[in-house]
Design a protein around this ligand. Structure first.
Ligand code: NAP
Length: 479
């Protein structure tokens, strides 16, 4: 069993769920129970909300420098505990330790970035066109927020929201995914140690997300929802936010095209493909979901990708030398198996992988499919697994229109050596982010987010803090 907090975090105290209920957290590599954490109900959530609402006024008045220093200290503590946090994350989520260490650094960087932003919240002063009236613009925190996070990046999805909320002066209730609550609870303990006042962050772990969150969204005291997760759940939550006209930030699903032109540096395209496809075992909203490769290089690209995918070592993420950990749970793996079967039934060719191994744990092998039929289900669904599906194209216009032919628009990857073509295609892709000759776009200093049904708003970058701030305009006539 892991020694990390397992209770609810309310008003700076660790407490059991009111009815004493707990839920199991499993290790996806073994299926064994790692820990039991509090399983909150609506009454517990109400107490969390009370704590956030009560803390809001004082917290909004705290000096920006004080808020900044808390984030800076937390950034340092997280980095000091990289190993411990990475092991915790790997045990509840499955990703290999090297990737978990990478996520710890990425997660910590949001705190450093927003510690720098906390002291740069600017207002304005100006003369209105009539020459008489003056305008004073100030920024205010939006108020208590509900933050809902997924399981795939258990630490970074939390810090990407908590960092700007702290910097802006908002209080919070955080609801992590039930598969990976331990990383969020450890984070809460670190923030307390870094000096975060009681009630500013509250953490509710629950197996009853809908029952627990809906009253908060409809109650009128929470003023903002920041959600990361699937588009289906995002849509439902947006409807719940409509009645109380909540501010929302929605980081939803993706269906990323990965486009390789005939003039691409194929070595770079393969390196990019390995990152864009295999980071997090393919369980990322940014994962390359549809590979479009120019017909003249498609065969070589597919063969070399299959060689590299086939050489990856699959096993428990805690074991040395492992490149690919288990998928999050049995349901996640079953979805990948079904998508691969469907593609094969429609005529796809299997170059490597595709067979579920025997034994415990939710493992699935790195898989490459070519000659994929465009009507296959994995073309219109996030695969969320280590499966590369390759299609070919001939013309620029054709590939742009196929890449855009999806309700999602989070990220696209583009490999070409031609600057002209790179700019032309990037401008035509309906996505919030483009990786040009790279398979990695995530960076705390850049605005992360999508267009179309991939979401609303941006996280990180200069604009990340804006999501947690309101304007107030003061009109002053000068005689
Ligand atoms: P999910 O099923 O949408 O769940 C996300 C979170 O929402 C979980 O904490 C979940 O808790 C909660 N939730 C579900 N139903 C709810 C409800 N009715 N009310 C309140 N909360 C509710 O997504 P997931 O499977 O955890 O994560 C994978 C998805 O996240 C993918 O679609 C991926 O693309 C997306 N994602 C997007 C980004 C981005 O930045 N755009 C980043 C990472 C992941 P329960 O599990 O208990 O229901």
């Amino acid at each position: 069993m892991i020694t990390t907090p397992t209770q609810l975090f309310i008003g700076g105290a660790w407490v059991d769920a009111g009815d004493g209920a707990t839920m199991a957290v499993d290790d996806p590599a073994t299926g064994e129970i790692l820990a039991r954490v509090a399983d909150a109900g609506p009454k517990d959530a109400r107490l969390e909300e009370d704590a956030a609402v009560e803390a809001q006024q004082d917290w909004a008045r705290t000096a920006p420098r004080a808020r900044s220093e808390i984030l800076r200290r937390a950034h340092e503590i997280i980095l000091d505990r990289t190993d411990e946090l990475a092991r915790l994350m790997t045990s509840e989520m499955g990703k290999p330790l090297a990737e978990a260490r990478g996520e710890v650094a990425y997660a910590a960087e949001f705190f450093r970035w927003f510690s720098e932003e906390a002291v740069r919240i600017e207002g304005g002063y100006g003369t209105l066109p009539d020459g008489r009236n003056r305008m004073v613009l100030t920024r205010r925190p939006v108020g208590p927020c509900l933050l809902i996070t997924p399981w795939n990046f258990p630490l970074a999805m939390g810090t990407r929201k908590i960092g700007p909320a702290i910097a802006a002066g908002c209080t919070m209730v955080l609801k992590p995914a039930p598969q990976t609550p331990l990383s969020s609870l450890a984070l809460a303990a670190i923030l307390k140690e870094a000096g975060l006042p009681d009630g500013v962050l509250n953490v509710v772990t629950t197996s009853r997300a809908g029952e627990v969150c809906e009253p908060l969204l409809r109650g009128g005291r929470i003023r903002k929802l920041s959600f990361t997760g699937s588009t289906a759940v995002g849509r439902l939550l947006l409807a719940q936010c409509a009645d109380t006209v909540l501010r929302t930030s929605m980081e939803l699903g993706g269906n990323a095209p990965f486009i390789v032109f005939d003039d691409a540096d194929l070595d770079a395209a393969l390196d990019g493909a390995m990152v864009a496809k295999m980071r997090n075992m393919g369980e990322a909203c940014t994962a390359a979901n549809r590979f479009f490769v120019h017909r003249s290089v498609a065969e070589e690209f597919a063969r070399r990708l299959a060689d590299r995918m086939g050489a990856l070592v699959v096993g428990p993420g805690t074991r040395d030398g492992v490149d690919v950990g288990p998928l999050i749970d049995a349901a996640g793996r079953a979805k990948v198996e079904e998508l691969v079967s469907d593609a094969l039934e429609r005529g796809a060719r299997l170059l490597v992988g595709g067979r579920t191994p025997e034994g415990p744990g939710c493992f699935y092998p790195p898989t490459v499919l070519t000659d994929v039929d465009p009507g296959s289900r994995l073309m219109e669904t996030e695969i969320f697994g280590p499966v590369a599906a390759i299609l070919t194209f001939d013309e620029e216009d054709e590939v742009v229109s196929r890449a855009n032919d999806t309700p999602w628009g989070l990220v696209g990857y583009l490999f070409t050596e031609g600057l002209d073509r790179a700019l032309r295609i990037s401008e035509r892709l309906q996505v919030g982010m483009v990786g040009l000759n790279t398979g990695l776009v995530s960076n705390p200093a850049a605005p992360f987010g999508g267009v179309k049904q991939s979401g609303l708003g941006r996280e990180g970058g200069r604009v990340g803090i804006e999501e947690f701030l309101e304007y107030q305009y003061l009109a002053v006539p000068v005689r």
